[in-house]
Design a protein around this ligand. Sequence first.
Ligand code: 13P
Ligand code: SF4
Length: 304
Amino acid sequence: MLKDLQEEIIRLKKEKDICILAHSYQSEDILEVADFSGDSYALSVKAAKSESKTLLMCGVRFMAETAKLLSPEKKVIIANGEAGCPMAEQFTAGYIEKLKESKYKGYTVVAYINTTTELKSVCDVCVTSSSAVKIVNKIANKNILFIPDCNLGSFVKENCPDKNIALLDGGCPVHAAVTKEDAVKAKENHPNALLLVHPECKKEVTALSDFAGSTADIMKFAENSENDEFIIGTENSIIQHLQIKCPDKKFYALSKNLICSDMKLTTLTDVYNTVSGTGGEEIILDSDIAQKAVRCINKMIELG
Ligand code: 13P
Ligand code: SF4
């Protein structure tokens, strides 16, 4: 029974002093056993502050690596080691180093947190979708190279008009697959609904939205809004979470394809296996690379 499994997870995590962190794209049964859930930024802050000896990340690998970077003395385990973020691996550290020495010499390199530890180790500051605009505005250098997501990057560019922001051709394959036609059709089907999108969506989709923001900001917007219908332009799990939080409101998917198969890999059974000591994968990072990468994340927390 689901409830029995959840109760056993809660008993074991308390007994073993494990803090469960779950990204909001995880399923509801996982969020129910988590100590903290939220967007990438909230998870990284919670990871830094947690007093538990072990952190269990239900999300994708870069999130678990971020937790390890912030808490190197803790044991950090990813519930399902297969869960990666395809965007995080789109560029190698070597490629970015070459750009820094040539075309983008003198630029401050801003890395979306959806990057590998190795990639972070050659960048100057990290951002998440909820902190990107604020942080980029605070950087003294006018010239910024924003990697890897060109859609989030162009959202930042629009909101930081004083900066000269260069972009590369990376992005989230899930959000970037949403088309302008999807947005037009969803709005036609639900004329009273507000369109809320993640800035990883293409510019022409974001342009049609009523609000663009991180996962947590989208949820906050829908919860606090006086409107009662919303088209959700981010991973479809958010629809269920919002429907549970706001039973009197209506939520529709912007696209049936807004499903991140990596985020969907982690199951409640993975969480159970990890807390019972038979599953999960411990995150081990190269200490030299980690030392360089953590500077990027600390800078994000300082500026964010
Ligand atoms: P958030 O920063 O909104 O949590 O997004 C993370 C992510 O992977 C979005 O696809
Ligand atoms: Fe990566 Fe996109 Fe999945 Fe987020 S939704 S984890 S950016 S592939």
